[in-house]
Design a protein around this ligand. Structure first.
Ligand code: FAD
Ligand code: FES
Length: 336
């Protein structure tokens, strides 16, 4: 372990050689800024003032050679080999209610949902403590590739962690995951993420998901429903898939109806001509359909978005620029 000091007395934490600066900070309850935990968004960039870091040779799209020449690094990618002093603007909103920890869980079931999306059920020996809508890093070995996946369920004492994963052909993690036998041990590190359900905010809710974003939106919708605080509020759940065959059953969402004042579910298909069955519902991009389907007032809702970055970015532009929704009413994760 080596100590990391945040300049101007903003905090101190230790990082081990098997950890990265960001996650060590969050484990210690330091509000280090971040979003993706995957080297893609750039939110965790910090300035090294003194000390030695362990830096991967390759660059991600969120960093440049110029950054490194100026001592700027992504905290979710680097470790430290000596005591360091760094500069970063911390914020307590990044401190998770349940501090992230590392543990092993057993793969207990794989439930196919669509041709390339399945639900993976993991069981841990300790309660599954997280906020609905958060995510965890999964890996098959302690030092193997780690990938980020959103929990699809809500916290529970059974130690059950459910993840809905889309198989990426040739993907270093998702592809082998689909071939694992039940009983396999999986390394889990979490919870992380700030796009969690906020039932205490007394507004109607609009959830918008695309592709594997279904996982996080299902968790958010479940978290809102089980809170018992949505009895007289409306939840609109929009899901966009490429073809009809790519759309999972929304029965798990329909099941939440008794705990909600009103539930509206809207499925959008972007390539209906490829669907084996005919599709008479909305077509196109999910954010365009939300823009046409919902008549407002836009600023009176709380928004949760999840899915591929182009889908989330297009939805953010529509909400913030076109519909003038204040940024703080929108909670999102981009699945880089
Ligand atoms: C906050 C967050 C939440 C997420 N939640 C979920 C979730 O709930 N469910 C889910 O399914 N996913 C989720 N993801 C995405 C997930 O983390 C992985 O990125 C995804 O599963 C792909 O990982 P992989 O290892 O299978 O693919 P990777 O090996 O990382 O490959 C990803 C893509 O890059 C291509 N590629 C790989 N190597 C190369 C190369 N050398 N040259 C060119 N192309 C290459 C692959 O073909 C593939 O298209 C989330 C991501 C984030 C950031
Ligand atoms: S959190 Fe480090 S790049 Fe996104």
């Amino acid at each position: 372990m080596v100590p990391i000091e945040i300049a101007d007395g903003k905090g101190r934490f230790d990082v081990g050689s098997d950890d990265v600066v960001l996650r060590a900070a969050l484990r210690a309850g330091v509000g280090f800024p971040y979003e993706c935990n995957a080297g893609a968004c750039g939110s965790c960039k910090f300035q090294l003032i003194s000390g030695n870091l362990v830096v991967p040779a390759d660059l991600t799209p969120a960093e440049s050679e110029r950054d490194r020449a100026r001592g700027r690094y992504l905290a979710c990618r680097v470790s430290a080999s000596s005591a360091c002093t760094i500069k970063v603007r911390t914020d307590d909103t990044y401190v998770s209610q349940h501090l992230p920890r590392r543990f092993e869980a057993q793969l207990s079931d794989i439930i196919p949902l669509t041709p390339d999306m399945s639900e993976f059920v993991l069981l841990s020996e300790t309660p599954a403590e997280f906020r609905a809508g958060q995510y965890a890093l999964l890996s098959l070995t302690a030092d193997g590739p780690k990938r980020v996946y959103s929990m699809a369920n809500v916290p529970n004492n059974r130690g059950e962690w459910r993840f809905i994963v889309k198989r990426v052909p040739g993907g270093a993690f998702s592809d082998p995951l689909f071939r694992l036998p039940t009983g396999t041990g999986i390394h889990v590190d979490g919870p992380y993420g700030t796009a969690y359900a906020r039932p205490e905010i007394d507004r109607d809710v609009i959830c918008i998901a695309g592709g594997a974003g279904f996982s996080q939106m299902l968790s958010v919708a479940r978290g809102l429903a089980v809170s018992g605080m949505m009895q007289d509020r409306t939840l609109r759940f929009y899901y966009g898939g490429r073809r009809l065959v790519d759309v999972p059953s929304l029965k798990n969402v329909s099941d939440l109806a008794p705990d909600l004042g009103e539930l509206r579910q809207i499925i959008v298909v972007s390539e209906p001509e490829d669907s084996a069955q005919g599709w008479g519902g909305p077509t196109g991009f999910v954010h365009d359909v939300v823009g046409r389907d919902f008549s407002g007032p836009w600023a009176d809702n709380e928004y949760y978005l999840s899915g591929p970055p182009p889908m989330v970015d297009a939805t953010l532009r529509m909400l913030v620029i076109e519909k003038q929704v204040p940024h703080e009413r929108i909670h999102f994760d981009r699945f880089f």
